[in-house]
Design a protein around this ligand. Structure first.
Ligand SMILES: Cc1cc2nc3c(=O)[nH]c(=O)nc-3n(C[C@H](O)[C@H](O)[C@H](O)COP(=O)(O)OP(=O)(O)OC[C@H]3O[C@@H](n4cnc5c(N)ncnc54)[C@H](O)[C@@H]3O)c2cc1C
Ligand code: SF4
Ligand code: SF4
Length: 452
């Protein structure tokens, strides 16, 4: 990515959208909208001082909503350019409220609330679509109870939990425990506020709220309005601190997830959704289980799949190594259902097809290897660009020309064409670049001949 950013022949137009494509191979006119960031790219140093002070919290899509970011943000740490962007939908100032803290904080004077979208017209010989994929939404399989049982997560959410720069700093904290910790934080804030109000009464009357409340409840001070206020405030305070104490006790027993289940082919190889194999998920589940074991050597992982498709040089050996050295057990069987057990633990119900027995097993966390689904915006993009989709909404190609779309001069690579892993996507990208270069050379040749 850094190399692309520095390459003299590559101009990166990040935070931009293709709005119109006209013309033909060798001579396309492309209209691109460069969206306003409300931060000047030529001034922003990416220091992050603005984001540190911004008071507005927004769910962080890069971290799958598992933590919040600020209304001024950079999508992720290694992004190119490292410029920050103001999220106009959530920024206070841009929604008629008073703020502007980022502008006051930014030493580089990069904040520009008046910035406007810019329209660019490009003339290009060839186009490559590399719009990728989206992960399948597992709520479409209600028996897996995604979003009902908090400790059932998708593989992409699990990757964020495993990441040192992710929401838990790489600790496998269970989402149910994190939710309780967030509740504790909120309740502590609320208890802190009510405590402040109580202290004023305690100072005024020279006794503790608890001692006063006992007397008040046994009928003392019947007509004292001020003390009634104190009693009401204390009663409200108790409705927060009593459950808070119970939650704090519960949180003392929290531990990282150690018993993991990975469920393969969630939406893939399933005639209700995508009948084909997504290709990469068997390997990413093994990878995630191995990394989880590196984080905690007593972590055990059970991978449930119809078969494990370790197709590629060294892949089968990687799978076997995972079994021998990383506490991974491979179970052949399709999971029928996940139910909630004690302490928010997911319980997996499956048929072990080797033993021909229906079994149940409790885990700390279940990870769903969701299918590679076509990118959500692909229908709009292909309409703009003028190419066709296949029946599954990936770009239509032919087996003998896998990077050629249905329109000459427009090529495709990576998961926009079909599910594939990173090495395959990179190889296909090189192939698409070579096909595009052919068009560029042909166009130059025709121009040179015309001049001669
Ligand atoms: C949980 C998980 C773990 C994985 N782990 C591995 C692994 O360890 N190794 C491996 O080889 N593979 C792994 N994969 C697969 C890997 O993610 C894909 O192979 C790879 O991302 C495909 O690259 P791509 O460039 O085709 O698509 P993407 O990575 O999806 O990139 C497409 C880009 O295009 C952008 N885009 C989309 N539409 C537009 C538009 N209209 N205009 C402008 N930009 C647009 C998107 O925002 C995105 O940045 C994993 C997948 C998952 C789900
Ligand atoms: S104006 Fe305020 S809310 Fe908006 S990005 Fe700046 S600091 Fe955040
Ligand atoms: S790679 Fe594995 S998990 Fe993914 S669809 Fe294929 S068989 Fe299923």
């Amino acid at each position: 990515m850094l190399d692309v950013g520095r390459h003299p022949n590559i101009e990166l137009l990040a935070y931009s959208e293709v709005e119109k494509v006209e013309g033909e191979a060798g001579n396309f006119s492309v209209t691109v909208r460069r969206k306003a960031r409300y931060v000047r790219e030529d001034r922003c140093t990416g220091c992050g001082a603005c984001a540190e002070k911004c008071p507005t919290l927004v769910p962080d899509a890069f971290n799958e909503g598992l933590r919040n970011r600020k209304a001024i943000y950079s999508l992720f740490a290694q992004g190119i350019p490292s410029t920050h962007t103001i999220d106009a939908d959530h920024c206070r100032q841009m929604n008629g409220k008073k703020c502007g803290i980022c502008a006051k904080t930014c030493q580089a004077e990069a904040i520009d609330f008046d910035q406007k979208d810019r329209i660019l017209e490009l003339n290009v010989a060839a186009i490559i679509i590399a719009a990728g994929y989206d992960v399948f939404d597992p709520s479409q399989i209600p028996e897996y109870r995604y979003q009902e049982i908090p400790n059932v997560v998708t593989a992409i959410e699990f990757e964020r939990l495993l990441s040192a720069s992710g929401p838990t700093g790489g600790h496998l904290d269970r989402p149910s425990d994190r939710a309780i910790e967030a509740d504790i934080e909120e309740m502590e804030k609320s208890a802190g506020k009510s405590q402040k109000a109580l202290v004023k009464f305690e100072e005024k009357y020279g006794e503790s709220s608890a001692a006063f409340y006992e007397k008040y409840q046994s009928g003392a001070y019947p007509d004292d309005e001020d003390r009634k206020k104190w009693a009401d405030k204390y009663a409200d305070h108790l409705t927060v601190v009593e459950p808070l104490e119970a939650l704090r006790k519960k949180a003392e027993g929290f531990d990282v997830a150690r018993r993991l289940a990975f469920i393969q082919c969630v939406g893939s190889r399933d005639f209700r959704f995508y009948p084909f194999c997504s290709g990469y998920c068997c390997m990413h589940s093994i990878k995630e289980a191995i990394i989880a074991h590196e984080h905690g050597p007593d972590t055990t992982s059970t991978i449930f799949g119809m078969d494990i498709r370790a197709v590629g040089k060294g892949f089968e050996e990687y799978k076997i190594r995972g079994g021998n050295h990383s506490n991974i057990t491979y179970v052949r069987g399709r999971v029928a259902e996940i139910v909630e057990g004690p302490d928010n633990n997911p319980v997996v119900i499956y048929e072990d097809t080797r033993e021909r027995k229906v079994k149940r097993q409790e885990f700390d966390m279940v990870i769903l290897a969701t299918a590679c689904a076509p990118s959500k915006g692909i229908a709009a993009l292909v309409k703009t660009v003028g190419v066709e989709l296949d029946p599954y909404n990936f770009l239509k190609t032919s087996p003998l020309s896998p990077v050629d779309t249905t329109t000459p001069g427009i090529f495709v690579c990576g998961c926009a064409e079909s599910p594939m892993d990173v090495p395959e996507s990179v190889a296909q990208a090189s192939s698409a670049a070579e096909r595009a270069a052919e068009i560029v050379f042909q166009t130059d040749l025709i121009k040179e001949k015309a001049v001669a």
